[in-house]
Design a protein around this ligand. Structure first.
Ligand code: PLP
Length: 386
């Protein structure tokens, strides 16, 4: 049976070159980077080099890079850490309605402490309008968070324009760039954000390591205490192997980024066209062009996504019905509800996300399986109703 993994937005395989650069730090180079002896110094040097790689890729200063344990921790630290520094009269936080739960739940976490959280609505493509941000910024607004690209439907947001609105109004701006970093240009100066989150395992790096870009002078209360690591922003002995692997993954991604984005965009568009042609009553979700090169998200009307995911898995195909962290729960996706879909429609969304090893033949196979399985599930659903 053909095996086709199309869930790269959930995670990517570890690049063998990345694993190779990590190996010494899992074996002989075990020093604690805070130690003053040679073992410690070597580990410290490896982290410093990795910090420079990330800073260069993001067009930041190395001092502005804070290594953390994941994209989730990065977003938590950005939202909660920045909000905790807000004066008592500036406790209004704006987050887009389609953010990853690690932003939405971090904002919600603040509610019992006297913060007010407002969701910025999106249009039918799932995009935030900078004017919608402008209209909602108040005298007491402290922080705005809008993601670079949505993990579920792939829609890109005009973060540069939103950053300009935030600057004009003197409000801090966080961007969750977990889905775009390594795939599209992510330049903190071009964007104009104050905080930006990235994660290694989405770019063929190891799981359990991420980073937060913190522009100089941005207020940030550490959430981990008990050590002076990461310039007092994040206590805890660093994940040296993970950080080294992250930097190698960044180097590889940056070297191939443009060509790969072009290849994937071409494949994605062919795939979208083939699916829409082959299967009636199917719609593409999200923006037709302003979307991640890797993302194709569909609604197959009358086809519950869990039934289709099982059928696809039986045919060797890995897809998703939404964010990996909420997969398995039967809650309709908050992203699809934010598009104005009703609960039934929101249970019918399927995400395919392409990656480095995806080829045209794989996608052709997926179209064939969909053309067989979608009508089968539809007729079964009709029989059940009848
Ligand atoms: N933000 C977005 C947009 C994501 O897609 C994810 C992961 O799915 C995260 C944050 C969390 O990253 P991590 O898995 O490294 O915690």
């Amino acid at each position: 049976m053909r095996i086709v993994y199309l869930d790269h937005a959930a995670t990517t395989p570890l690049d063998p070159r990345v694993r190779k650069t990590m190996e010494p730090y899992l074996k002989s180079e075990y020093g604690n980077p805070s130690s003053l002896h040679r073992w410690g110094r070597r580990a410290r040097m490896a982290i410093d080099a990795a910090r420079e790689t990330l800073a260069a890729a993001l067009n930041a200063d190395p001092a502005e890079i804070c290594f953390v344990s994941s994209g989730t921790e990065s977003c938590n630290l950005a939202i909660i850490g920045c909000a905790l520094k807000a004066p008592l009269n500036r406790r209004h936080i704006l987050v887009s309605a389609v953010e990853h739960h690690c932003v939405l739940h971090a904002a919600e976490w603040l509610l019992p402490f006297g913060y007010e959280v407002e969701h910025i609505p999106v249009d039918g493509y799932g995009q935030v309008d900078p004017n919608a941000v402008r209209e909602r910024i108040r005298e007491d607004t402290w922080l705005v968070s809008v993601m670079h690209a949505n993990n579920e439907i792939g829609t890109l947001h005009p973060v540069e324009a939103i950053a300009r609105v935030c600057r004009e109004r003197g409000v801090w701006f966080h961007v969750d760039a977990v889905q775009t970093f390594g795939l599209l240009p992510v330049d903190v100066e071009a964007i104009g954000c104050d905080l930006l989150s990235v994660s290694a395992h989405k770019i063929y790096g190891p799981k359990g390591v991420g980073a937060l870009y913190v522009r100089a002078m941005t207020p940030l209360q550490p959430l981990m205490v008990g050590g002076g690591q990461e310039r007092d922003r994040r206590a805890g002995t660093e994940n040296v192997a993970g950080i080294v692997g992250f930097a190698e993954a960044v180097k590889i991604a940056e070297a191939t980024r443009e060509a790969e984005a072009e290849r994937l965009t071409r494949l994605r568009d062919q795939f979208i066209r083939a699916v829409l042609d082959a299967i009636p009553d199917t719609t593409l979700t999200g923006h037709p062009t302003e979307r991640l090169p890797t993302n194709a998200h569909f609604r197959f009307q009358g086809v519950p996504s869990d039934s289709l995911l099982i059928a696809l898995d039986r045919a060797g195909i890995g897809a998703s019905s939404g964010a990996a962290c909420s997969a398995g729960s039967l809650e309709p996706s908050h992203v699809l509800l934010a598009l104005g879909w009703d609960e039934t429609a929101a249970q019918e969304g399927i995400r395919f996300t392409l990656g480095r090893e995806t080829c045209g033949d794989d996608l052709q196979y997926v179209v064939e399986v969909l053309a067989r399985e979608v009508p089968r599930i539809r007729s079964r659903a009709l029989t059940a109703v009848g």
